[in-house]
Design a binder for this molecule. Structure first.
Ligand SMILES: [Zn+2]
Length: 190
């Protein structure tokens, strides 16, 4: 079981007129506005050896690794590419548990060099029948949709991303394709 809590204590620093944002491009994602540096992100990913799920031996991560080259919708892949994110190098994949049938709820995120200018209002918490909180995008009726949004709360990213980092998060449901059957009694650490 895992629940997300989203802090609201993020302080917005007064915009500095002394900073030169040379390579930053603005992009609107839903009701969020971000600024990103594709080249810096691309360079940062070159320093990352592999995705977070590949570094973990738990069954949830091993299942994710088997699927990650085919789970992202085209629009999300295009967004990853636009931001300079390597789709195979997620910062972390989080296996929340089974939802129904053979489907399991997953979350995860990617780092990118940039910042969030407008946080938007789209995040709302919903507790599913499985007992964990999921975040729905506006217009999203079901947790089986693939969802993504930008966030500003995350563990410290690799140093190659520098100091201006944001995260692109996703949530989805994935089948269990691992040869080992899912065992809810095995509590593994992500
Ligand atoms: Zn894991």
């Amino acid at each position: 079981m895992r629940s997300w809590s989203w802090g609201v204590g993020h302080a917005t620093s007064p915009s500095s007129t002394f900073t030169i944002q040379s390579d930053m491009t603005e992009l609107r994602i839903g009701d969020q506005l971000i600024r990103y540096d594709r080249e810096a992100t691309d360079a940062a990913y070159a320093q990352v050896e592999q995705g977070g799920a590949g570094r973990c031996s738990c069954s949830g991560c091993r299942n994710f690794v088997l699927l990650r080259d085919k789970i992202y919708p085209d629009a999300f892949r295009e967004l990853l590419d636009k931001l300079g994110i390597d789709a195979m190098k997620e910062a972390e994949a989080v296996h929340d548990g089974p939802v129904k049938d053979n489907l399991h709820h997953y979350g995860g995120w990617f780092y990118f060099v940039g910042e969030i200018l407008e946080k938007g209002e789209h995040l709302r918490n919903m507790t599913s029948s499985a007992g964990f909180d999921v975040l729905l995008l506006p217009g999203s009726e079901s947790i089986s949709d693939f969802q993504y949004w930008c966030s500003w709360i995350f563990p410290r990213p690799p140093a190659s991303f520098g100091s201006k980092v944001a995260a692109l998060e996703f949530a989805t449901q994935l089948p269990w394709v691992l040869e080992d059957p899912y065992d809810p009694m095995v509590r593994e650490k992500n």
